[in-house]
Design a protein around this ligand. Structure first.
Ligand SMILES: NC(=O)c1ccc[n+]([C@@H]2O[C@H](COP(=O)([O-])OP(=O)(O)OC[C@H]3O[C@@H](n4cnc5c(N)ncnc54)[C@H](O)[C@@H]3O)[C@@H](O)[C@H]2O)c1
Length: 340
């Protein structure tokens, strides 16, 4: 009789670690832990007690320094989930040490950092955290419209005021609109030609939102708008929407809210089943799909072609153009940014 256990293909085991033990670093660890072809090597974060707590939950060791992680020859893949403006050092040191690196969005919050990271990504295996490219409906629309003439793109992003408390540490164009900007660039299939932007500001601290008009070199036009606009209370979750007008017609996707609501003591609750969804202990969603894709590249020895560092760099350039446009209330051409 055939022994099915013997005939199972043995997966190549990839050892993965995470830098940054905050909310999203923990999601990275939980996702890695649920992948059969990945073993969690550990985490490096600034607070050792948090590192120890995460290792107790997801396995691996709490590295005492970034250097200790860089030197661990057993680690194949590292994801970086430090705050938006603290990605560069870990990225440079890990890629230089030959590790495959997945770096959260945005690539960086300055052109200088983004350029240095783009340059040092070199011939290694690196990928950016614009994981909406792996959202299943968006991935279907990408396939359907690849190479099809697009006319106008429209992206709307509505996030809660609660998110501003954490991510208001940087401008919303860096913290959240970089997702829509990356999607806009990917759908346009062209470099941008010029950008006009304005900020929406109605509360203390960080700007609350931004609206960006984009014209691409191939004539495609796009509007990206969003901000931390939703109240902080139950029933208010992210409310994102995109509409792509092309030669094939119109494709529209409403991103969250998969039709499940819970009504209880706290009123109406809408669990987020779209981003990270745990099914019998396994994580699914765009992050898992992006990690699967990267691990498959690593095993095959190929370089990722989706959500690349070059793509993430292009998004940073467009954000910089939008910020300059808002500051000076004028259209900003792409060449002005490349000349900076
Ligand atoms: N892809 C997405 O949809 C998505 C969603 C949420 C957050 N993010 C991104 O993930 C990243 C992390 O976000 P978060 O919500 O976890 O933030 P967070 O503030 O909750 O966590 C950041 C963590 O990094 C640690 N840290 C800071 N500097 C460090 C350093 N130099 N070395 C090691 N650790 C360091 C902090 O101690 C903290 O534990 C950000 O870039 C954020 O924009 C992406």
């Amino acid at each position: 009789m055939r022994n099915y256990f013997m005939s199972y293909k043995q997966p190549t085991l990839i050892k993965a670690a995470v830098v940054g033990g905050g909310a999203f670093g923990e999601m990275h660890l939980r996702t890695f832990q649920s992948m059969p072809q990945v073993e969690v090597a550990g985490v490096f974060t600034l607070e050792p007690s948090r590192g120890a707590e995460l290792c107790a939950r997801y396995g691996g060791v709490s590295y005492e320094s970034l250097g200790a992680l860089v030197k661990d020859a057993g680690v194949d893949l590292v994801s970086i989930a430090t705050p938006e403006n603290h990605h560069r050092e870990a990225f440079e040191r890990l890629t230089s040490a030959g590790k495959a690196v997945y770096v959260e969005k945005p690539l960086a919050t300055s052109l200088e950092d983004a350029r240095a990271m783009r340059d040092c990504a070199g011939s290694g295996i690196a990928m950016s955290g614009h994981c909406l490219r792996f959202e299943q409906r968006l991935a279907v629309v990408f396939e359907r419209l690849r190479g099809v003439r697009k006319h106008h793109l429209s992206f709307r992003n509505r996030r809660t005021r609660q998110e501003k408390e954490t991510y208001g540490r940087v401008h919303p164009a860096h913290a959240m609109l970089c997702h829509e900007i990356d999607l806009s660039n990917a759908f346009a299939e062209s470099p941008f030609a010029r950008v006009m932007a304005m900020e929406t500001r109605y509360s203390d601290g960080q700007v609350d939102g931004m609206t960006i008009l984009i014209e691409y070199e191939n004539g495609v036009t796009s509007c990206v708008e969003g901000g931390w606009y939703l109240p902080t209370q139950n029933g208010c979750i992210e409310d994102d929407f995109l509409s792509i007008v092309s030669a094939l017609g119109v494709d529209e996707v409403k991103i969250p809210h998969q039709g499940y609501v819970h009504i209880g003591e706290k009123g109406l609750e809408i669990p987020n089943l779209y981003y990270g969804c745990t099914i019998h202990g396994m994580e699914y969603g765009p992050l898992r799909a992006a990690f699967d894709y990267m691990v498959n590249c690593l095993i095959a020895g190929t370089r990722p072609t989706v959500s690349t560092i070059a793509d993430a760099y292009a998004a940073v350039e467009l954000v910089e153009a939008a910020l300059l446009s808002a500051r000076e209330a004028r259209w900003v051409k792409h060449e002005e940014i490349t000349a900076l």
